[in-house]
Design a protein around this ligand. Structure first.
Ligand SMILES: NC(=O)c1ccc[n+]([C@@H]2O[C@H](COP(=O)([O-])OP(=O)(O)OC[C@H]3O[C@@H](n4cnc5c(N)ncnc54)[C@H](O)[C@@H]3O)[C@@H](O)[C@H]2O)c1
Length: 447
């Protein structure tokens, strides 16, 4: 098979397919990425992927190149894993990378080979690709959509043991080929949904829209709890025991981010409008509006506490959009950091994995790789990404190097009692009690 596009999705999928025993050629025009993979290193951080790569390289199951070669002609399946980022001019997804990738593939495409899309696309994209290929090649291609549900931070495990396999296609040969490819997983009992192309495309955006909605729902409750004087974490625990609701994705905080949820939700809104469904997208617009409001909350809390933030030394703990990845695309933490900069604060960011990316793209932010040094002289600390090392921090030991100030738990992950005991003023998002409790301290601080 070929795997076209070697980003977070493609590199992981290529390595997982090779681990499953398939012969894989990974292709990406980004020569630096290809060179890194050829030399056995993963161009991003993803737990376990480097070991898996060296295993499949040593048994000759995988090869990387910056363009197609004769091997491509022999492939039974070509997986499309290129990016579908938000368009520069609107909310919709930019699918041009898919069409370019297909154009590059066509000279090597055998008539009975299957093209399988894994990228996340607006519903109807596969139909356009089929038409595009038919116009150029003069035959109807075997095209399938096989959306990917892996989560960064556990991407390899999710690829090897997915919780479901969705195969969308309009011809039996494509479905049969993909079933053969996933034969071992299917035999192990992983459920398969065989469906048409459009449903398969929609499944992925629907799943992401649902997850985003769940997060924004609990963040909506956080907005209410802050004003009413209630505790969202307790509320989430209580409603999560109902298995119709479930406790996952029910922790309030500064919201969702990353390379998928935000742009997939916007693309869904844009596509629904194109389909004339203006009235239906209101819910999703609210989901996004709530998400973006929560990113303002740490600055609002700090301003309520200190008055002005001009010249305040602020530390943001975590830069990646979630723990166990170095992906900083649309990261809530970094937007919070920039909002503090906008208030005149001096902002330092700590992250275990993504600081080189932060330095390269956020010139207004300072970075500090040593956690203890990062804490020194900070008046406001915000937990933006719940990396394990922040949850395990001993507040007493960091307080030695740092005069305890205000800590804002943007992820509801820290031990309130321990931080308070170490002398810190503690505020968690979505907790009305903390705000009342800290009010007296706040007036002292302003005075
Ligand atoms: N990252 C995830 O966790 C994840 C999960 C599920 C689905 N997806 C979807 O997968 C797709 C890719 O996401 P990603 O996070 O891997 O993006 P990415 O930006 O990390 O990677 C995209 C890759 O495609 C390459 N590319 C561009 N044009 C190409 C071409 N003509 N031929 C070959 N390669 C080309 C780029 O060089 C880049 O390496 C998106 O549609 C995304 O929504 C991502």
């Amino acid at each position: 098979m070929t795997v076209i596009g070697l980003g977070y999705l493609g590199a992981t999928s290529a390595i997982a397919f090779a681990k499953m025993g398939h012969q894989v050629l990974g292709i990406d025009p980004d020569q630096a990425k290809v060179r890194a993979l050829q030399s056995g290193s993963i161009p991003f951080f993803e737990p376990g992927l480097d070991n898996a790569l060296s295993e499949v390289k040593s048994n000759g199951k995988i090869r990387f190149a910056s363009s197609h070669d004769d091997e491509s002609r022999k492939a039974n399946v070509h997986f499309l894993c290129v990016g579908t980022p938000q368009s520069k001019v609107g909310l919709s997804a930019d699918t041009s990378y898919l069409f370019t990738a297909v154009d590059e593939l066509l000279p090597y495409l055998a008539k009975d080979s299957v093209i399988a899309g894994k990228s996340t696309v607006p519903v109807g994209t596969a139909d356009l690709l089929i038409e595009h290929i038919r116009n150029i090649k003069g035959f109807l291609p075997h095209l399938s959509w096989n959306p990917e549900f892996l989560q960064e931070g556990r991407a390899l495990e999710d690829s090897l043991y997915p919780n479901r396999i969705v195969i969308g296609s309009s011809d039996r040969h494509s479905t049969w080929t993909l079933r053969q490819l996933y034969r071992n997983q299917i035999e192990e009992g992983i459920p398969v949904v065989e469906t048409d192309l459009r449903t398969a495309e929609l499944v992925k955006v629907a799943a992401n829209a649902f997850l985003a909605t769940k997060i924004s729902f609990i963040n909506l409750m956080a907005e209410v709890a802050e004003v009413a004087g209630a505790d969202t974490a307790e509320l989430a625990k209580a409603i999560g025991y109902d298995d119709r609701i479930g406790s996952k994705f029910l922790r309030n905080g500064i919201g969702y981010g990353g390379g998928c949820l935000p742009k997939d939700l916007r693309s869904f809104v844009a596509r629904s409008r194109e389909l004339g469904l203006e009235d239906s997208v209101g819910l999703l617009e609210q989901v996004e509006a709530i998400n973006s409001r929560r990113r303002n909350r740490p600055v609002e809390i700090a301003k309520e506490y200190f008055g002005s933030l001009v010249g305040k030394e602020v530390l943001i703990l975590g830069a990646s959009f979630k723990p166990d990845t170095d992906d900083i695309r649309d990261s809530p933490s970094l937007e919070v950091a920039e909002l503090f900069v906008g208030e005149g604060a001096v902002v330092t960011v700590h992250d275990p994995m993504s600081l080189p990316k932060v330095s390269a793209t956020y010139p207004t932010l300072r970075t500090q790789p040593d956690l203890e040094t990062a804490f020194r002289n900070k008046e406001v600390v915000v937990l933006g990404t719940e990396w394990g090392q922040y949850k395990q921090l001993d507040p007493a030991s960091v307080s030695i190097s740092s005069r305890p100030g205000l800590i804002i738990d943007g992820r509801n992950a820290l031990d309130v009692a321990a931080w308070k005991q170490a002398g810190w003023a503690f505020m968690a998002l979505g907790n009305g009690f903390h705000q009342v409790e800290e009010k007296s301290q706040s007036s002292q601080a302003v005075a």
